[in-house]
Design a protein around this ligand. Sequence first.
Ligand code: CA
Length: 246
Amino acid sequence: MSSRERILIVEDEQHLADGLRFNLEAEGYQVHTVETGEAALDLLTPSPQALPAFDVVILDVMLPAKDGFTVVSELRQAGQFIPTLLLTARGRPEDVLEGFAAGADDYLPKPFELSILIARIRGLLRRKQWLHSKAAPKPEPRESFVFGDKSVHFDLLELRAGGKTYPLTLMEASILRYLIEHEGKATSRKAMLEEVWGLRQDTDTRAIDNFIVRLRRYLEDDPANPRHLVTVRGIGYRFVAVPKDR
Ligand code: CA
């Protein structure tokens, strides 16, 4: 890891952008600010071969032209899966779910405490490292996991199923990795929120369900009748690598 992690802030309110830059630089981060989603897209999607210039994006939802939801969605469509935290105006569940559906990795409702933002940034950086870690503390390091005719490639952030390749966001890959590491066991939404996202309170556990719906679309032959990502009533979910009656 580089000594100074690089953060891109996309925020049109100059005083907020300046304040964030000042405080994050004081924390030792390298910070660049832009005022529009278009400028962020120019910086983050220069060409598929270009090295990523940033480690984390802090993206305001309320921007003058393209809003934050659109920007993160276009980043993902362009194959750019940089960890992205959305700053939402309110913590409304529908805003949160729209952000996650667009491909955001985390969110923070405005106004927020600086210490909370820094904790979330650290969380995104840690998850990025954990995801790529060769020495995971859990059962065994699995950069790829193959089940039947399907496979997940954590190093590439890809899921291959039914002859198709689906790019995963960092958060999708992290949740899937957590479920795979607990293969065959019921895993609670709360455990996923705490251990995968580092969220301990004030979080709607239904946010997890939205991720499961998306993951099922990728890896289930019939998403309405899931066999790999099985609902465990009253608890959460269980990952089953090889369904029994096959
Ligand atoms: Ca704004």
